[in-house]
Write a protein that binds this ligand. Structure first.
Ligand SMILES: *Cc1c(COP(=O)(O)O)cnc(C)c1O
Length: 416
């Protein structure tokens, strides 16, 4: 038997047949809203499958109908994304938030309880504590330090332990790189499941996926991405993705069809192009981050460096790190000595590293979480999470790491 190819070898060709597109080596952009049926019988057969009126035949593909349901650019992209996480199926969305909110709406009903990790991405936090609360879905938050017993105790204290619909975690957490054990959360989901309710586990893998962590392999039911970040990787689009098994993905895709929040052909085409360089970009970014972190750790104007390559080997976090991740990644947070004033002066002196939120792109981006991405969190909560006035978060790009280090060094010199 032929050896299976690695995902990076398949990113240029998988799921695309040149003979269907005049031999074009790359998929064209299928900028069309609708597709012509050969016959009325064919149109009927396509709809029967799309609307679940009958099972798909053995070798039958879902026929092209209408671009809210399917489109070649969307399908090629989804097929390629499946390879990294070894997922049955994938759904691509017009943003990371639409991927996340669609999962939360599909797997939770009014009266049910959501268990989620805190801190979590600001948009997700708002959706949970504003929209979901308004429609009668309550929630309980857990932290990276919580043991399985502590989490189960928190859930029981709500009086709704038999009403849990979903466990949603984000690991590593942003911007503090706190780690949560995915397999442990799966055992909690199993313990909270009963005859009428199968509790699902969903993981936001934006920070470390799809190359350095594969949550489905650790027991997650669903994995979610802001594809705006590493997958897109060039700060030129907004998109999201959800992956999982066939049954769960039918539910996700059906809700997507009726919310109409799929990605457009052009966005999918850009993402398909980005996937060809995904692994080399991420590897270069991780290598650069290692160099920058080493420099920061010895700098006398830096108080503390939060970086996964720098964990105490005796800590619980290190154990989770070794089990779940194949690289320390390319996100570093560090404290500039002198509080917000010094941190702002430092940020204003950088030239090569751009002052902007977002992450995972080819250019390095830096920001001040306490006043920017995490501005909405109560001050005492921020301190508990380790988001101090001195903390800055940098996403390392693909630049030469010597140039990045020189940029940081000159900014520190300028504010001495
Ligand atoms: C950016 C981000 C999101 C939201 O994604 P958008 O593409 O901006 O909608 C969700 N989760 C994490 C961890 C993120 O970094």
């Amino acid at each position: 038997m032929k050896k299976p190819l690695h995902p990076e070898s398949l990113m240029m060709t998988h799921g695309y047949q040149p003979e269907l597109s005049e031999g074009a080596v790359k998929p064209p952009i299928f900028q069309t809203s609708t597709f012509v049926f050969k016959t009325a019988e064919e149109g009927k057969a396509f709809f029967e499958v799309a609307y679940g009126l009958r099972e798909k035949g053995q070798d039958e593909q879902l026929g092209l109908i209408y671009s809210r349901i399917n489109n070649p650019n969307l399908e090629i992209l989804e097929n390629r994304l499946c390879l990294w996480d070894k997922a049955d199926d994938c759904a691509v969305f017009e943003s990371g938030m639409s991927a996340i909110s669609t999962v939360l709406m599909e797997f939770l009903k009014p009266g049910e309880l959501l268990v989620y990790s805190s801190p979590t991405y600001g948009g997700t936090d708002h959706f949970i504590n504003d929209f979901l609360k308004r429609i009668g879905v309550s929630s309980v938050s857990i932290n990276a330090q919580d043991s399985k017993e502590a989490i189960l105790a928190k859930v029981k204290a709500t009086g709704k332990a038999d009403k849990v619909g979903l466990i949603f975690i984000e690991t590593p957490s942003n911007p503090t790189n706190a780690l949560i054990d995915i397999a442990m959360c799966k055992t909690i989901a199993d313990e909270l499941s009963h005859e009428e309710q199968q509790v699902k586990l969903a993981v936001d893998n934006t920070y470390m996926g799809p190359v350095w962590c594969h949550p489905l392999a650790h027991g997650a039911d669903l994995v979610m991405y802001s594809a705006t970040k590493y997958i897109g990787g060039h700060s030129d689009l907004i998109a999201g993705a959800v992956l999982g098994n066939t049954q769960d993905m039918i539910r996700v895709k059906t809700l997507r069809t009726f919310l109409g929040n799929m990605a457009s052909p052009h966005t999918c085409w850009l993402l398909t192009r980005s996937l060809e360089t995904l692994k080399v970009r991420m590897e270069q970014q991780a290598k650069g981050a290692q160099d920058v972190a080493n420099f920061l750790m010895t700098h006398n104007q830096v108080d503390k460096v939060v970086y996964l390559g720098n964990l105490d080997e005796k800590s619980a976090a290190y154990k989770i790190y070794k089990k779940q991740y194949s690289s320390p990644g390319a996100m570093i947070s560090f404290e500039v000595k002198g509080g917000e004033k010094a941190a702002f002066k430092f940020l204003n002196q950088l030239h090569l590293i751009k002052l902007a939120v977002s992450l995972g792109s080819t250019e390095s981006l830096i920001q001040h979480p306490a006043s920017m991405t995490h501005a909405g969190i109560a001050p005492e909560e921020k301190i508990k999470m380790g988001i101090t006035e001195s903390l800055v978060r940098v996403s390392i790009g693909v630049e030469n790491s010597e140039d990045l280090i020189n940029d940081i060094a000159q900014a520190f010199d300028a504010i001495k």
